[in-house]
Design a protein around this ligand. Structure first.
Ligand code: GZL
Length: 377
């Protein structure tokens, strides 16, 4: 049975694995050290829900083996299930496209990418569907950090390796096989350090439009930014509310903030570009100016193409990148697992930050047309 053979190969790989480059990867050992105390078991997963949106053809569809390059020791097609957060943002669209461009039949894969529409129950259901189909590998971009222990145990019992991608979960590292993503706490620290540099001791009255409640990207950015803010007595965070990483959410929250705090704030922090676009719409409607020539300093995260265009135009003062191009790293981990060779248990995808023209910073690159032209997403 392919899975059993893989389980043996995989165990050998775990023992043989060594650390290699890229940001603090830790050795994959026979029994990986727990890097966090096992989270208290959460409530049993929600009862079965309707099948998640748009699944690709069932895994038992005739594999396109005749057109696929042989990518496995036994020349077969590698089936991969990707439980994707949803379609809430331009970042997510770029991430989805990257997986679809990487895990192709031509490259020897059969990808089932399920858009879980920011619905935790649908995401657990998608993973259970992957387990039921006995796919070769499961990749999860977790909507929230909590609630993963039970289904990860089910995947382990089924002998299916799981890679957590993009975001993080509250589960012991022994519950999954690899992690690929970004350091969102550092992203928050970068935003805070840049603001301190830019303000040079001036007062800040800050409003924060946070990402999806319970998402590690939200928690990390808030933790990092608040850590810097705590060292600035001249700063005050007036309010923070979730805009759910969407443009509509960003606009709604900003409209509410304007009602409550008009004339009291000079900084708006948005946890992603789409929220920033919504906040800009709301401030435009209220006649509030922002950006390098405005009354309000606007900080965003993601640094997607349109977000960087607004940064180049001076509408966004600082944009902290979170790189969505992660599928190639995930594919290399899967290839290593599949061939029983060493792989990194943890891979950090690098980020940087960008600021509007006219701003120089030790923490960020000043935007130019050339910088924008060189961007992949
Ligand atoms: C970050 C990622 C976040 C982006 C948002 O790693 O999970 O989710 O910042 C996206 O744009 O919706």
């Amino acid at each position: 049975m392919l899975r059993k053979k893989l389980a043996v190969l995989f165990a050998a790989a775990m023992v043989a694995a060594t650390v290699a480059g890229c940001g603090g990867g830790d050795a994959q050992t026979a029994a990986p050290a727990a890097d966090t105390a096992p989270a208290a078991d959460t409530a049993a997963p929600a009862a079965d829900t309707a099948a998640p949106a748009e699944t690709a053809p069932a895994a038992d569809a005739a594999p396109a083996a005749d057109t696929a390059a042989d990518t496995t020791a036994d020349g077969g097609v590698i089936s991969v299930g990707y439980a994707q957060v949803g379609h809430e943002s331009d970042w997510r669209t770029a991430n989805t496209q990257n997986y679809q461009n990487t895990f192709t039949a031509e490259n020897g894969y059969e990808l089932q990418l399920v858009d879980c529409d920011n619905d935790n129950a649908a995401q657990l259901e998608a993973v259970r569907n992957f387990i039921g189909q006995e796919l070769d590998y499961i990749v999860i971009a977790p909507i929230e950090t909590a609630g993963w222990d039970t289904v990860l145990q089910e995947a382990q019992d089924a002998g299916i390796p799981v890679i957590i991608a993009d975001r993080e979960i509250d589960a012991d590292a022994s519950m999954y096989d690899a992690w690929v993503g970004t350091n969102t706490k550092n992203e928050g620290i970068t935003a805070g350090n840049w603001l301190a540099e830019y303000l040079g001791g001036k007062e800040a009255n800050i409003l924060v439009i946070e990402g999806t409640v319970g998402a590690s990207a939200t928690l990390g950015r808030a933790e990092g930014f608040n850590e810097v803010a705590a060292s600035h007595s001249e700063w005050k965070i007036l309010d923070s509310q979730s805009g759910d990483f969407t443009q509509a959410g960003g606009q709604e929250v900003m409209e509410s903030f304007i009602k409550s705090y008009e004339g009291q704030f000079n900084v708006v922090v948005c946890h992603n570009d789409n929220e920033a676009y919504g906040a800009m719409d709301a401030m435009d409607a209220a006649g509030i100016t922002y950006g390098v020539d405005g009354d309000v300093i606007l900080i965003s995260f993601d640094a997607t193409h349109d977000g960087l265009q607004y940064t180049l135009d001076g509408k966004i003062n600082c944009n902290v990148e979170c790189n969505p191009i992660q599928a190639d790293v995930v594919a290399s981990v899967i290839q290593a697992m599949h061939s029983g060779s060493a792989y990194e248990a943890t891979t950090l995808v690098n980020d940087e930050a960008f600021v509007a023209p006219g701003i120089t910073s030790q923490y960020a690159t000043t935007m130019t047309d050339e910088v924008l032209a060189g961007r992949a997403y």
